[in-house]
Design a protein around this ligand. Structure first.
Ligand code: GLU
Length: 291
């Protein structure tokens, strides 16, 4: 039997809070129950917002909490060439295009279109979809702008990508924490429009890095927060395009703040370091989040 493999994949761009503690400890509980592996991945592709200080704080908080992981830790910033190879492949296969519009231009385009009475579609996070103009640019014009050093991001041509994969693109989602049964969920990457797959300053994106890493680390079970549920559609699409294995998913409940909203890394009082400094024990934390 192959070993089940779980991962916890935080981004060191702030302090860990109760939501992270829940995710880490739930993964650990499930890995232990299955006699499986528990891996840790540091998602630090955003090298301006992610710092070694945050990473050190994060590792200290996880140790204090009693979360144990297999060494070595995988650090995404040490794997840029692997992500770039994937981007090159998507470029060669004409599945991505350079998108030149600045944020201001996108906003102006959408305001203009909405003033003319057309609701502009938004992604599951409420962000307006990228306008279609750049996808239609003639190759010569694209080359000219790139040669002129115009700023751009690589975006996935989601329609072209969907045309390459099986029509009933879906993922297997566990029905509950016992991980005993799954149900198929239809993947709807088109709800996100043409997502960014690489930026000029960061030659990859969350989606590319996560699918490459889940495959390289042999992750069989992706257990993460409900806030990433719809993003899974984009990741399934990339896995199919790239011929990567398909993990099963469980998107767990989110720990909410006293105001009923999702915790953010700036919410100091829900931060693990702040709780520890205020005298809380790891068991107190477990009781607070019920794991
Ligand atoms: N790095 C992401 C985060 O901290 C998690 C990504 C994932 O689990 O797929 O929200």
């Amino acid at each position: 039997m192959t070993l089940l493999t779980f991962r916890f994949a935080p981004s060191p761009n702030g302090d860990l809070h109760l939501g992270h503690a829940y995710s880490a400890l739930l993964n650990q509980k499930l890995a232990d129950a299955a006699g499986g592996r528990m891996l840790l991945r540091i998602e630090d592709i955003d090298t301006t917002r992610c710092t070694p200080q945050f990473e050190a704080g994060m590792l200290a908080d996880l140790k204090w909490l009693g979360f144990g992981w297999e060494e070595p830790v995988r650090r995404q910033s040490e794997h840029f060439p692997e992500y770039e190879a994937v981007l090159d492949r998507l470029i060669r296969e004409d599945l991505v295009y350079p998108a030149f519009m600045s944020r201001g231009e996108v906003r102006a385009f959408i305001t203009d279109s909405e003033q003319r009475g057309r609701d502009w579609p938004r992604d599951p996070d409420g962000v307006p979809l990228y306008p279609p103009a750049d996808k239609a640019l003639p190759a010569k014009e694209r080359k000219r702008r790139m040669a002129d050093n115009a700023p751009f991001a690589w975006r996935l041509d989601v329609d072209a990508a969907m045309a390459r994969v099986s029509e009933d693109l879906a993922w297997n989602e566990f029905t509950d924490e016992t991980l005993s049964a799954t149900r198929p969920v239809a993947a709807r990457p088109q709800d996100w429009g043409d997502v960014i797959v690489a930026r000029r300053d960061i030659p990859t994106s969350y989606h590319i890095a996560v699918v490459v890493d889940d495959a390289s680390q042999g992750i069989s079970h992706v257990v993460r927060g409900q806030d990433l549920f719809s993003a899974t559609g984009v990741q399934r699409l990339l896995q199919q395009l790239l011929g990567l294995p398909e993990p099963a998913y469980f998107h767990h409940r989110l720990i909410l703040g006293p105001d009923g909203r999702k915790l953010s890394k700036s919410l100091g009082d829900m931060g693990l370091a702040a709780l520890r400094d205020a005298g809380a024990s790891p068991d107190d934390v477990r009781r607070m989040i019920g794991v």
